[in-house]
Design a protein around this ligand. Sequence first.
Ligand SMILES: Cc1ncc(COP(=O)(O)O)c(C=O)c1O
Length: 370
Amino acid sequence: MSDLKRFFVPWIDQVKPYDTDDLLMAWSRPELKRMMINENPIPPSEKILNAILEAAKLGNRYPDNGPRIRAKIARRHDLGPGNVYISHGSSEIIDMVMRLFVTPGDEVLLPNPTFSLYGIRARAVGGKVVAVDMTPDLQYDIPAMLRAITPRTKVIIVCTPNNPTGDFISDDDLMKIVEVGIPTLIDEAYLEYHPEHESKAHLVTKYNHLIVAHTFSKAYGMAGIRFGYALADERLIEYFRKMQVPWNASLLSIAAAEAALEEEEELKRKAAYNNAGVDYVVKELSKLPGLKPYYSHGNYVLIDATDAGVTGKEIVDYVFEKAGVLLKYFVPLRGRSGFFRISLGTHEENSHCVHSIKKFFEEREKERKA
Ligand SMILES: Cc1ncc(COP(=O)(O)O)c(C=O)c1O
């Protein structure tokens, strides 16, 4: 046996892989309610399924880099096809940004809390994660982020709306970061739930250090099909191409995404369905004393139960055991350990989950009085 330790890149042991335990459990026990990973509960339409089937008939052929879909995406953002890079979900864009800019010891600046994959992919290339706590009301702490910039800061992450906090960064705050001139990934994974909110894609024509990422995993509901894209200055996209693994977007996922782009009403319907779920969960959980749900523009709601005297983990464990609902809890933030997140499901699942949380508090109240 070879001593592989000698050969691995030295920073690999600092990488903790993305936690997929919940997903493994959800796939092996289909009766569980998957409300832990920000999926869309509505399956792909017939049109998308047919497009995949048609593409599969040519599955013996390598795909191209999607000139037709890149042109369509570009038109939506008033950009050219040369500004678009298509990918295996937006996770690939996140990874690509790290591989392009970060060498061992370089720093990646991001808000805390945010999507965990940024940190994981930064560490995978030897980068150091500099996580700046959001303000107590869970907004970007821009002065603190600007203070945290050093000569080794190579990438800044702006997730908007942020996962899991749910709010958009304000234009003023965003521009303070953009004007610094450091490569900045603006992750708009959830934007399609609120198309009335302007994408920041237009900024890439003025600022060549910006990358705007989109995905079809959320409002489009194609997480398992895997398709995303990056928008950036043409020269930066050329660097993406130098770094990319060819055929990263499969023929099937390109066909599915093209079909999805033609279904504008379907997208609106999915967004409206989700947003009604957000309203319901926020409204119902606000009624429970000590529970603070944060209104979300994504397909998830973050809740702080600290003032109710419970941890997020206690609630998550209870609804799993009693109601078969998978949720996610978070490590303490600013000493508050009550954070947990509900990823919206179907209306029935949302109601099932809310009732279980209410029951948790009723039972606690009974125990307290007993
Ligand atoms: C903010 C954010 N960006 C990107 C992703 C990854 O999405 P994709 O499925 O496109 O890789 C997620 C997934 O949850 C996310 O929350």
